[in-house]
Design a protein around this ligand. Structure first.
Ligand SMILES: Nc1nc2c(ncn2[C@@H]2O[C@H](COP(=O)(O)OP(=O)(O)O)[C@@H](O)[C@H]2O)c(=O)[nH]1
Ligand SMILES: [Mg+2]
Length: 209
């Protein structure tokens, strides 16, 4: 990596693309709107959209793009994350509803699809168990969610988009942190590779002399 590249890398504004996944009605839009506006409206319709917001985290400006996806059931194959979505996302928030067992199954299927897809095999995923305010109707225990997250090396949060802003904020910030950590790791290994290359180039020359 040349000096030019390094300098450009430091100056460019950081973008993080976050894809929200999960079954229909689990609260993907509610979480998105909560994060963006701090509000809970109640009904969100079935709008699929990408939103952007600039945040300053650790003194660095980060543009967070959020793709609030729409769950579409395609025949028997109940989960279909498009290639476009898989390519676009730097990080994913996988939502299920603690009152709805089948939404947990969908989350599991989508996670398997994410892990099977080639490129983002290491894409950070945070699993979100939403609607924790509806304890009386709970169908999926916290332990099940936590175990799934643990076994798949995902983050895990139980939240209520309806009740609190703070928990939702934590989810998004955690994912942004994971994405940045992942990038830093990649950068480090890239510069180690380039050091190795220049060292071997020097030794190569010496030998040639
Ligand atoms: N009680 C409760 N309802 C919620 C919560 N989050 C979303 N909802 C409701 O669940 C329904 C589906 O939410 P929505 O965000 O449209 O789900 P999406 O299809 O995944 O985007 C709406 O009626 C929301 O008001 C929550 O944390 N608690
Ligand atoms: Mg929605």
């Amino acid at each position: 990596m040349g000096m030019q590249e390094v300098m450009e890398g430091n100056q460019q504004r950081v973008e993080v693309n976050i894809l929200l996944l999960g079954a229909h009605n689990v609260g993907k839009s509610a979480l998105t709107v909560r994060f963006l506006t701090r509000r809970f409206i109640g009904e969100y319709g079935d709008i699929e959209s990408v939103y952007s917001r600039v945040e300053t985290i650790d003194g660095q400006e980060i543009c967070i793009n959020i793709w609030d996806s729409q769950f579409t059931q395609v025949g028997e194959k109940s989960c279909c994350i498009s290639d476009k979505q898989l390519q676009w996302a730097d990080g994913m928030i996988l939502v299920y509803d603690i009152c709805n067992r089948s939404s947990f199954d969908v989350a599991l299927q989508q996670l398997q699809q994410i892990r099977r897809s080639r490129k983002p095999s290491s894409v950070p995923v945070v699993i979100v168990a939403n609607k924790r305010d509806l304890q009386r109707h709970r169908n999926v225990s916290s332990e099940e969610g936590r175990l799934l997250a643990l076994s798949q090396r995902c983050g895990f949060f139980e939240v209520s988009a309806a009740e609190t802003y703070h928990g939702v904020l934590l989810v998004f910030h955690r994912l942004v942190d994971l994405v940045r950590e992942r990038r830093a790791l990649r950068k480090t290994s890239a510069s180690v590779r380039s050091i190795v290359r220049s060292v071997s180039a020097v030794f190569g020359k010496k030998r040639a002399e």
